[in-house]
Design a protein around this ligand. Structure first.
Ligand SMILES: Cc1cc2nc3c(=O)[nH]c(=O)nc-3n(C[C@H](O)[C@H](O)[C@H](O)COP(=O)(O)O)c2cc1C
Length: 158
């Protein structure tokens, strides 16, 4: 394929051939908002991406995805004991064995080790974690754009 609409090359493969999915766990809507912003940015870069909740995972989109992005919110005592919200549902995600995955979490004040813990959950499901971001809830759009930029970079060298 010689025509590249978005001018992005990933590992020598046109990103237009790639597919993605963003799976989010959200209580009050922030992580869902970030999930949709991330899916939109990935799609703009030529990676056809669907966003869905952990409560209704699009299994076909998951099975077709070359890159899986998983996000949740920070649960804890604000400055202490932070952990991924809804971790029970996250631990039961359908297997993502061998797929490239990236993680993100939204937070209010301090995400603590939420991202590391979420990476652990995803790795135990078989995902190959290639990147992650903490997204403050009042910076959802710019942080989501920045995250996808970095993700595209990581895919390029992967
Ligand atoms: C029960 C509860 C505990 C929270 N604990 C923390 C915390 O420890 N640190 C923090 O920065 N934000 C904390 N937050 C804020 C959320 O992580 C933040 O608002 C997040 O964006 C919510 O995502 P959601 O709208 O997708 O549910 C907490 C929120 C709730 C409801």
């Amino acid at each position: 394929m010689t025509t590249i609409r978005h001018g992005i090359h990933l590992s020598g493969v046109d990103s237009l051939f790639m597919k993605g999915i963003v799976i989010y766990e959200s209580l009050t809507g922030n992580t869902a908002k970030a999930g949709f912003a991330i899916a939109e940015e990935m799609s703009k870069a030529g990676i056809q991406t669907t966003a869905c909740s952990t409560k209704a995972v699009d299994l076909q989109a998951l099975s077709d995805a070359d890159i899986v992005v998983i996000g949740t919110w920070t649960d804890g005592l604000i400055l202490l004991g932070q952990r991924p919200g809804g971790v029970g549902r996250l631990a039961q995600l359908p297997a993502i064995e061998g797929k490239k995955t990236a993680v993100f979490c939204t937070y209010a004040i301090n995400a603590g080790k939420t991202l590391e813990k979420l990476s652990g959950v995803v790795a135990r499901r078989g995902g190959e974690v290639i990147g992650g971001a903490t997204i403050r809830r009042d910076r959802i759009k710019p942080s989501s754009v920045e995250f996808v930029d970095r993700l595209l970079g990581a895919l390029e060298v992967a």
